[in-house]
Ligand binder design. Structure first.
Ligand SMILES: [Zn+2]
Ligand SMILES: [Zn+2]
Length: 217
């Protein structure tokens, strides 16, 4: 017979680890063990001090069973049972740690995945990483933004007029002063713009955006 914090071994009745055991109780001095797979095991004739030990050990394993929160194994992070905010609460950008070692990729990926899950949470505030800082806070913030689909690289980069123009309309030169303006999202939407005399566009509106797009191209 072996009873320790890992396993319960009472031959010939049972030998298993505690995590396979759902609950214990006694009925008419018979110990009844309910397993995770719903199997009920009856163990008669146990000494009362053995019974006590079994119950005590079971209670202990219940207390130490890890909670169902994701642990990063990173002291500053702890569990995140309370949601994403608890990752960053109490964490602050620390310029003194700006050259901190990188958080392992797999942990960053976990953070990114969790951030993705919480992305719809309205109350969720994404912490802002400080440029060129590698402190734990900033690394985590970056990972979270990454998970939420925010491209940090482009975050502060202003979209130039040039980019916008190309995004709105594709322009093809069809002939002398004649241009075809196509919606890049819908190839069926296209207009012909004539830059000669009279200036015009097949959409029929005066000074339309297609005309402007060609003029600015
Ligand atoms: Zn920082
Ligand atoms: Zn037009």
């Amino acid at each position: 017979m072996k009873i320790n914090d890992k396993a319960l071994n009472i031959p010939p009745y049972i030998s298993t680890t505690w995590d396979n055991i759902t609950s214990l109780f006694t009925q008419n001095d018979i110990l009844i063990v309910i397993l995770k797979n719903k199997v009920k095991i009856k163990i008669p004739n146990l000494e009362s001090d053995i019974l006590e030990l079994i119950f005590k050990t079971h209670a202990k394993t219940l207390e130490t069973t890890p909670k169902k929160s994701i642990s990063f194994g990173f002291p500053a992070l702890g569990g995140i049972g309370g949601g994403l905010e608890s990752i960053t609460s109490g964490m602050q950008h620390n310029p003194e740690q700006k050259n901190a070692p990188n958080i392992p990729e797999d942990i960053k990926n976990k953070i990114a995945n969790i951030a993705k899950l919480f992305a719809d949470e309205a109350s969720m505030e994404i912490p802002k990483p400080v440029d060129n800082c590698n402190c734990v806070h900033c690394q985590i913030s970056k990972a979270m933004q990454h998970g939420m689909g925010i491209n940090i690289e482009n975050l502060d980069e202003e979209v130039s007029d040039e980019d916008l123009k190309f995004r709105l309309w594709d322009i093809e030169e069809e002939g002398t002063k004649l241009f075809k303006v196509i919606n890049p999202l819908d190839q069926n939407e296209h207009y012909n713009v004539y830059l000669g005399d009279p200036l015009g566009c097949t959409c029929g509106k005066k000074n339309c955006e297609h005309l402007k797009a060609v003029l600015n191209s």
